[in-house]
Ligand binder design. Structure first.
Ligand SMILES: Nc1nc2c(ncn2[C@@H]2O[C@H](COP(=O)(O)OP(=O)(O)OP(=O)(O)O)[C@@H](O)[C@H]2O)c(=O)[nH]1
Ligand SMILES: [Mg+2]
Length: 458
């Protein structure tokens, strides 16, 4: 297919060593020819080779910049179209001037994500691979990046295609049974169909199980550190960050306001929040801080609830433990270097089922165990860190859920012996849902929506 020629600055705005203008489409080479002068005066661009020269305004003959430019012939390019890139001196003024010139010579401004959209429309990338490009660019942590790289390589697409082809085999059999019921063919009994559907739904549900991990990898995990004053919350924060970020003193009520820091824990993006110690107080400022502690607590994905091993459980501890949700809490009994006077059995009683880790932030002990526990929860025992197929994209998750529901419906209809024609409608829907993930027969609205999230020049 042929589209018009587009151009944009592909490097981030601001000053840099170089800035790149990218042009894609049929006119790319002829545009370059109008504005690019080599020292010898000849215009002889070899495919995929950098050439030295100057950008010159053909009307005024003004030299705009000294550049390197490359012509990449279709289809071995990012967009699968003819592409020209001009490496200019990075700076907002020269880049803009050259871009204006490129527009004047026949290109139009590219929309955000339009180069990648072209790669998709020209069949070089499927939709989930195109989405992975954006995830790769925006990745802030190693694991997020790893899963985007896998998705770009097509690991998710392969999985989806495999499931679709299993489903197609079932649909073919169903259709043959509907169309040629009297022929001498294997009868698609209801029971056989239900049997055949099982591995298909199992594969979809396995992918769905990775989606929570995927959400964390793409948006980060919000962890709040809570507890009564002086138990060592800020010390824990500092240990996890490996820097002395929050003020630590032996005065209860040291932390007044919540402190939020983004960090990476073993490649996982984490937003860590230290909070003001929770207690009854007359102090107005402290009371506001405590209110914020509660907000952070309730909106957190995971909670590190800190207790002091050196003192017996107080009423405040009991209140906090009662309020906690065992499923998302890890209890940290800190100050294990002190003689123990905390009743551990009561803690287990008050918050049964929660994981308990003993630690000493003063001696840096227990930190590994805490980080292990966090990592394990992120991967939920379902996926290991090096397993590449993780569903990170909310659109994919939604479509997998829809496909799953249709297959469950189909199974139910088969159970109550509805006509095959009716059942096949659900099978078809599920097949289409899966197709939308990789961009098979998706509408323009979906395509526009997906690429609108991209940055300019990509
Ligand atoms: N012995 C001992 N002292 C600790 C340990 N962890 C922290 N402390 C001390 O406990 C005191 C309080 O530590 P913080 O980290 O400020 O406690 P916090 O929970 O943030 O306190 P607030 O901000 O007041 O709520 C400081 O004097 C720390 O040095 C530990 O593992 N062992
Ligand atoms: Mg503190």
């Amino acid at each position: 297919m042929m589209y018009d020629t587009i151009a944009a600055i592909s490097t981030p705005p601001g000053e840099g060593g170089i800035g790149i203008i990218r042009i894609s489409g049929e006119e790319s080479l002829s545009i370059l020819k109008q504005i690019f002068r080599t020292p010898s005066g000849s215009f002889n661009m070899k495919d995929h080779l950098l050439v030295y020269g100057h950008i010159v305004d053909p009307e005024s003959e003004q030299v705009l910049d000294e550049v390197l430019s490359v012509y990449m012939k279709a289809p071995r390019t990012y967009t699968a179209e003819d592409v020209v890139e001009i490496d200019c001196h990075g700076g907002i003024v020269p880049l803009r001037k050259i871009l204006q010139l490129v527009y004047r010579c026949g290109a139009r401004p590219a929309q955000p994500g339009e180069f990648t959209e072209r790669a998709f429309l020209n069949g070089r990338l499927d939709l989930s691979q195109a989405e992975a490009v954006m995830d790769m660019i925006s990745a802030r942590a190693d694991k997020t990046y790893d899963s985007a790289v896998g998705q770009l390589a097509g690991t998710l697409s392969d999985r989806i295609r495999e499931i679709r082809s299993m489903l197609m085999d079932i649909r073919v059999q169903v259709t043959v049974n509907i169309e040629y019921p009297d022929e001498d063919i294997e009868v698609m009994t209801y029971e056989k169909m239900r049997e055949d559907l099982k591995p298909v739904t199992a594969k979809i549900s396995a992918l769905l199980k990775t989606a929570e991990t995927g959400r964390i990898l793409s948006s980060g995990l919000k962890i709040a550190i809570v507890g009564k004053p002086n138990v060592g919350k800020s010390s824990l924060m500092n240990q996890m960050l490996r820097e002395s970020r929050a003020i630590v003193t032996d005065i209860p009520g040291t932390t007044r306001d919540t402190i939020k820091e983004d960090m990476r824990l073993r490649g996982i993006p984490i937003s860590l929040i230290d909070t003001a110690g929770i207690r009854e107080t007359e102090d107005q400022i402290e009371a506001i801080g405590i209110e914020k502690s509660r907000d952070s607590w309730s909106s957190a994905d995971m909670v590190l609830l800190v207790l002091d091993a050196g003192t017996p459980l107080s009423d405040e501890d009991v209140e906090i433990l009662k309020h906690a949700d065992a499923a998302k809490t890890i209890v940290i009994i800190n100050k294990m270097d002190l003689p123990e006077s905390l009743e551990r059995s009561r803690v287990e009683e008050l918050l049964s089922g929660a994981q308990i880790i003993t630690a000493s932030m003063k001696q840096g002990e227990g930190l590994d165990a805490i980080e292990d526990a966090i990592e394990r929860r992120v991967y939920r025992g379902e996926v290991t860190a090096d397993q590449q197929v993780i569903v990170t994209n909310a659109r994919h998750k939604q479509l997998l859920e829809e496909a799953y529901t249709h297959l469950k419906d189909a199974d139910h209809l088969a159970e109550i012996r509805e006509p095959l024609e009716i059942i096949d409608l659900d099978l078809e829907e599920a097949y289409e849902n899966l197709g939308e993930i990789i961009g098979d027969a998706v509408g323009d609205d979906v395509i526009t929506e997906v690429f609108s999230r991209f940055c300019l020049g990509k």
